[in-house]
Structure formats: structure tokens, C-alpha cells
Design a protein around this ligand. Structure first.
Ligand code: 2AL
Length: 258
């Protein structure tokens, strides 16, 4: 089984970090393919960056379809392009926010989220509502460390622990880490705070693996049906849909940009 973990930003060190976490939990026989877009922002912490990350994510899904990938993880906590990726993919596509919130809800009635910058809290709240966890999520807090500083800032563990304790004081019984770049902190934060801490990268990899094993894939009926063939112009001409046959022809849904 082959699971493609897409780091939606273009920072190689972060792709490598995400790949390491994914490989630790993947079952024997599951090949984890950690990739990043060929274009797009170095990190994603604004709506603008999130929007511009999506074409590169879709390109990696289209390439994955050509290579016979069985399932995908979109490893950014804004879950960028998730619905669009499901329209292209013949296997399951999991977002890390979606996977982490579902996992947290299985071990705690109420959870809190600790994200990077304050400005990303709105997107996290939107996703909480979308996934149906508005009653379960007590608070979204920010540690105010930018994504690309997470690996190097000496204060990162202390700051994430402090915000995690704050959500626990608000009634959270588990903590969801709100960035793929926090993946390596999961065990340490849990040890310090004393509640289950969920890292979306590992949650999404294991869920994707499980869905593939169950033979579950995006429904070809209705909303996740392949997008219709249609002209696409300008910079996005390379993304023109050539045929709407995702489940019949594993490749050809999207041409990758020249
Ligand atoms: C993220 C993430 O997971 N990757 C990225 O570039 N930005 N999330 C966040 N809350 O800042």
C-alpha cells in the first residue's frame, strides 16, 4: 500500500519532518511517500497562502494518481484543497485537522486546539464547525510561533505546553496540535500536560491506511464525483480537466503543469 503525504508548503525540511513522523506509525508494508508542491508558499499561515497552496497540492494528487498511490494525506492544519483533492483521487484523502479532531473526539468529550499564529485561529474554528465539533472544542489558542520557526525556536515546547495547559484549564480533556510542524512535539506535550495529545499527521496517516484497507474511497456519486472536463486558461491552463473518469482511468483527470 502506498500513502502519499503531501506537505502543502514548499519547505523541504518540513516535508522531511512530516515524512519521518508518518513512517514511524505506518504499518509494515505501507510505503509513505512524503512530497511537497513544486510551487507555492514556503509556509501557510494566511488565507492568501492557503489559497495559493491548493494548485500545487492538486498537482501532487494528479501525479499520485498516475503513480498508483492508494491514499493521501494533506498535511497542513487548514486542510487546504481537501474537497478538490477528493474529486481527483481514486483513494481516500485525509486532512490533518479533520483526522486529529476525529481522533481526539474518540478519547475525550472535549478538546482544545493549540495552533501557531493568532491569525490562523479563525480557520481552525471554521474547520471545527465544518466537522461538527463545535460542542466538543472548548478553545483554539495560539502559541504565536510561526510555522517555520517551530523546528528551531528553543521556546517551542514550553510555549505549546503553556497553551495546552490553558485549554485544559478551560475544560479540555485532550489537546489537538494545530500545525503539521508540531508533529515531533506530541509525546513531550502529552507527558508534560498529562492529557492525550493528538498530532494530525500520525492520525491522518493511520486513518488513510485504515480506509484503504477497508476498500473505502471518495464516492464517485454526487459532490466528490470527478470535476467536469472544461477549458482552463492563463497560468492554470495546465490544470485543465481532460476527462472525468477518475475511477475508470487512474490518470488523466488533471494534466500536471508543463
Ligand atoms: C500550518 C501547517 O500545518 N503547515 C503550514 O504551513 N501551516 N498550520 C498552521 N496553523 O500554521
Amino acid at each position: 500500500m502506498r500513502i502519499r503525504v503531501i506537505n502543502p508548503n514548499t519547505t523541504r525540511a518540513m516535508t522531511d519532518l512530516i515524512g519521518r513522523s508518518a513512517r514511524v506509525v505506518a504499518s509494515p508494508g505501507v510505503l509513505v511517500d512524503a512530497v511537497q508542491p513544486t510551487m507555492g508558499p514556503a509556509s501557510i499561515e494566511s488565507h492568501y497562502e492557503e489559497a495559493l497552496a491548493v494548485p500545487g497540492i492538486l498537482e501532487q494528487v494528479a501525479l499520485g494518481e498516475a503513480e498508483g498511490v492508494d491514499g493521501y494525506v494533506v498535511a497542513c492544519f487548514g486542510d487546504p484543497g481537501l474537497d478538490a483533492a477528493r474529486e481527483l483521487a481514486s483513494g481516500p484523502v485525509l486532512g490533518i485537522a479533520e483526522a486529529a479532531m476525529h481522533a481526539a473526539s474518540l478519547v475525550a468529550r472535549r478538546f482544545g486546539i493549540v495552533t501557531t499564529l493568532d491569525r490562523t485561529r479563525g480557520r481552525a474554528h471554521e474547520l471545527v464547525a465544518r466537522y461538527g465539533f463545535a460542542d466538543a472544542c472548548v478553545e483554539v489558542r495560539a502559541c504565536e510561533i510561526p510555522v517555520l520557526d517551530l523546528e528551531h525556536d528553543p521556546d517551542v515546547l514550553a510555549r505549546v505546553v503553556a497553551e495546552s495547559r490553558a485549554v485544559v484549564e478551560q475544560g479540555a480533556e485532550a489537546v489537538v496540535l494545530g500545525c503539521a510542524g508540531m508533529t515531533a512535539l506530541c509525546r513531550s506535550v502529552s507527558d508534560e500536560v498529562g492529557v492525550p495529545v493528538v498530532d494530525g499527521v500520525t492520525a491522518a496517516v493511520l486513518l488513510a491506511q485504515s480506509l484503504v484497507a477497508m476498500g473505502l474511497r471518495p464516492s464517485a456519486r454526487g459532490e466528490y464525483a470527478p470535476p467536469p472536463a472544461k477549458p482552463m486558461t492563463g497560468l492554470l491552463a495546465g490544470f485543465e480537466i481532460m476527462s472525468a473518469t477518475k475511477h475508470d482511468a487512474p490518470f488523466g483527470v488533471v494534466r500536471s503543469p508543463a
